[in-house]
Ligand binder design. Structure first.
Ligand code: FE2
Length: 149
């Protein structure tokens, strides 16, 4: 992960993630669907699509729709994987779903590839050592019951 996205702004990353998601769920991504799911104006979507087109992440023509280029597809998938991995991590720690999704939206744009890789490794480790995860969760439970010192 990383590297490739050096030139992407956080909002370009969010759009690519969303376009990738829509195309995979519905087979296509429309300006109105993107606008709805990102809670932005259709005019902002159009502007961003032009920017993504200039950078060769999508191919966008007003009446023909939105197509991800090879690098757009690759980047969209990376964004989605990064989001999913960070969400898994926080979920594993017992963070509530709505807090977790909000936090991931912030963290994902700032985390370095090195930290991401370390977190990924921790997630895999905890998945393959459920006993370690349970003792951590039990520890959390106990410390939340005790009055703080
Ligand atoms: Fe995201």
């Amino acid at each position: 992960m990383g590297r490739l996205n050096a030139l992407l702004t956080p909002s370009m990353e969010d759009y690519l993630e969303k376009i990738y998601e829509l195309i995979h769920e519905k087979g296509y991504a429309r300006v109105s669907d993107i606008a709805n799911s990102l809670a932005v104006q259709p005019s902002s979507v159009t502007k961003m699509l032009q920017k993504l087109d200039e950078n060769e992440y999508v191919s966008y023509e007003k009446y023909r729709g939105i197509v991800l280029t090879a690098r757009g597809h690759k980047m969209g998938r990376l964004m989605k994987e990064r989001h999913a991995m960070l969400a898994d991590f926080l979920r594993m720690l017992g963070v509530q779903e709505d807090t977790l999704q909000k936090d991931v939206e912030g963290i994902e744009h700032h985390v370095s590839p090195a930290t991401l890789e370390a977190l990924q490794s921790l997630v895999l480790f905890l998945q393959s050592h459920p006993d370690v995860l349970s003792s951590f969760l039990a520890y959390r439970e106990r410390s939340s019951e005790q009055p703080s010192p």
